[in-house]
Design a protein around this ligand. Sequence first.
Ligand SMILES: NC(=O)c1ccc[n+]([C@@H]2O[C@H](COP(=O)([O-])OP(=O)(O)OC[C@H]3O[C@@H](n4cnc5c(N)ncnc54)[C@H](O)[C@@H]3O)[C@@H](O)[C@H]2O)c1
Ligand SMILES: N[C@H](CO)Cc1c[nH]c[nH+]1
Ligand SMILES: [Zn+2]
Length: 436
Amino acid sequence: MSTPLKIARLDINQADFNHHLDGLLAWEGVSDKAVNERVEEIIAAVRARGDAAVVDYTARFDALDVASMADLTLDRARLELALERITSEQRQALEVAAERVRIYHEHQRQESWRYTEADGTVLGQQITPLDRVGLYVPGGKASYPSSVLMNAIPAKVAGVPEVVMVVPTPRGEINELVLAAACLAGVDRVFTVGGAQAVAALAYGTESIPGVDKIVGPGNIYVATAKRAVFGKVGIDMIAGPSEILVICDGQTDPDWIAMDLFSQAEHDEDAQSILLSPDAGFLDAVEASLNKLLSSLERSDMVRISLESRGALIKVDSLEQACELSNRIAPEHLELSVADPDAMLAQIRHAGAIFMGRFTPEALGDYCAGPNHVLPTSGTARFSSPLGVYDFQKRSSVIFCSPEGASELGKTASVLARGESLTAHARSAEYRIKP
Ligand SMILES: NC(=O)c1ccc[n+]([C@@H]2O[C@H](COP(=O)([O-])OP(=O)(O)OC[C@H]3O[C@@H](n4cnc5c(N)ncnc54)[C@H](O)[C@@H]3O)[C@@H](O)[C@H]2O)c1
Ligand SMILES: N[C@H](CO)Cc1c[nH]c[nH+]1
Ligand SMILES: [Zn+2]
């Protein structure tokens, strides 16, 4: 019998509830002086020495000694080989997931538009894809093929002509599933390099690694710090925090199901956050019993325990309405509405990365194959940001075409406003087009 799990049991009416909640929500983020300095040094070296620096750092940090970047480059033929090497069951699952993700994201594609005014002036917006995107895929245990699909497919749906991927392969250990996912997602080239040196290479380009316009994908503190440092030179998606799940349950779902849903995010990270809200105290007891019953059956039970004991909580609320209010305050990455009528609750939810509706929609299905993206805003940022999507790989340009009549009329307005700003050239440029 293992030690009982010490997960926080809270009641929204207890005097020190807010204090406890703040403790659960606090996450330090990624910032460390020593790491910043090292990352700056790595970026400078890659800018100065290109491929040679990347090769050197790969030998040092990934224990992979090679003669040149050519040995760290995989072309489409190698990705196709990976697809042949995985089992047919894995291939089929990846294909199903990729297709569903593609179909969902096709709904997000923005189209150019324009309208014509009575005098013939045309106004519009032109949508164009980014030219080249770089996808960072972490090495080691957090090297998720599903994340390759979630990052690369929206870029391809947006029409990005070239998607390159970097993934470290410590000691030369290649994850065939990751390469197979890259193949299906349409990744054009893979470089088996990682860390700050890979981010720097993508941002500034080297002899072998092409500079990109945007870098997406998660990674450790070196990767996150490097992404922050190169932002501005290139775009980045976000600096993702640890995974989070918040479940609102009316007390009528099988407690084992809810326990496993909470575990499912806790098993990502020691800092992951798993919270259950219910108006039914007896149900919270039952879920706590399920957590204790099922914990030892998990491969990563030690990590799950740390995560649940530091950032997990079972919270008694007075009503489902109050649960929605509290959830909005937390703005979770993933929100499960495990209730009889989730549609009736949906309008009350204002802040959440993804909303999983009803008892039969566990968050795990969204992680892999439901279709929506699993790259979601964390740490309360769902208050102002959205899931990764096709729109992250498209740009908008305004289009303005003035007819002679339109220019004449607009010129009068612009002239007045420009003179009010003491910008004479602006005013005269507009006035030249005014019909005498
Ligand atoms: N939020 C998400 O959705 C999500 C998903 C997957 C992974 N992750 C995160 O990705 C991370 C994966 O981390 P990882 O380390 O396994 O892989 P990683 O690819 O992020 O980092 C490996 C690289 O780190 C660099 N590095 C390691 N030690 C270094 C040192 N001392 N100095 C300079 N560089 C060094 C090396 O270049 C190495 O190639 C985890 O933190 C995980 O939480 C997040
Ligand atoms: N839940 C993670 C994002 O928060 C994504 C993931 C990948 N594999 C399994 N889950
Ligand atoms: Zn997950």
